[in-house]
Design a protein around this ligand. Structure first.
Ligand SMILES: [Zn+2]
Length: 230
């Protein structure tokens, strides 16, 4: 795999994240100190590739810690939903334990996976940084994080905890509302998946590789808790 920035002064090939040329030290791009959260937030919807470049360029990865925790909470809820829909069985442990352990699992997995992909990229001849990979993965979950603030209150107002319980199914309480909410949830989930692929593509310029590593991450992220607590 190859993804380089060619220095205009000396022609040397540099990794995408570099601020200055490794050969002649001349500047390759403008300096970015911080991620402007709201600007990046909107850019993720307008032109995700540009948003991911800004995140990679930024010296400080603002908001990654709160965002990764929110992404972890949402991941736990999504895996619970998937498990409920597949098995139609109520789960046996209490809410707080499930969400907390699911969140910790998701955060550890994201950190571990970002590290693994950094190593894997290197094996394929591509120099990327762990903190960049972790930051772009985390920001890829913005659509799912939005559902925590916009959809979750509606879901709980309409269905209470039955939204996540198989018996009675929320589709039987209010079919129209349940289907609309599930549809939006699915769209946001797919959106995050596409963003994850985009994030990997920005780093690697390899579509096949980006799809595969994103797919594996999502399968473990949303599938594993369902299996562990199933
Ligand atoms: Zn140079």
């Amino acid at each position: 795999m190859k993804n380089v920035v060619v220095c205009e002064k000396c022609g040397a090939e540099n990794p995408v994240y570099r601020l200055t040329c490794k050969e002649c030290n001349s500047f390759l791009r403008d300096r970015v100190n911080n991620i402007d959260f709201w600007k990046t937030f909107w850019k993720i919807f307008e032109s995700p590739d540009k948003a991911f470049f800004t995140i990679i360029y930024a010296k400080n990865k603002n908001m990654v810690v709160p965002l990764i925790i929110l992404a972890g909470i949402k991941t736990a809820l999504v895996s619970l939903q998937i498990k409920t829909m597949i098995t139609s069985a109520n789960f046996g442990i209490d809410w707080l334990t499930f969400i907390l352990s699911g969140m910790v699992f998701a955060v550890l997995l994201l950190v571990g996976y970002a590290y693994l992909i950094t190593r894997l990229n290197k094996i394929f001849g591509l120099e990327t940084r762990f903190k960049d990979n972790l930051a772009i993965y985390t920001y890829a979950f913005v659509p799912l994080i939005i559902t925590l603030f916009l959809l979750l209150p509606v879901e709980f107002a309409l269905f209470g905890e039955y939204w996540y319980l198989a018996n009675p199914l929320s589709a039987e309480i209010n079919p129209a509302a349940a289907h609309i909410l599930l549809f939006i949830e699915t769209v946001m989930l797919l959106w995050s998946f596409v963003l994850l692929i985009t994030a990997n593509y920005v780093q690697t310029k390899n579509t096949f590789y980006s799809v595969i590593v994103s797919l594996i991450l999502c399968l473990i992220l949303f599938g594993a808790p369902a299996i562990i607590y199933g």
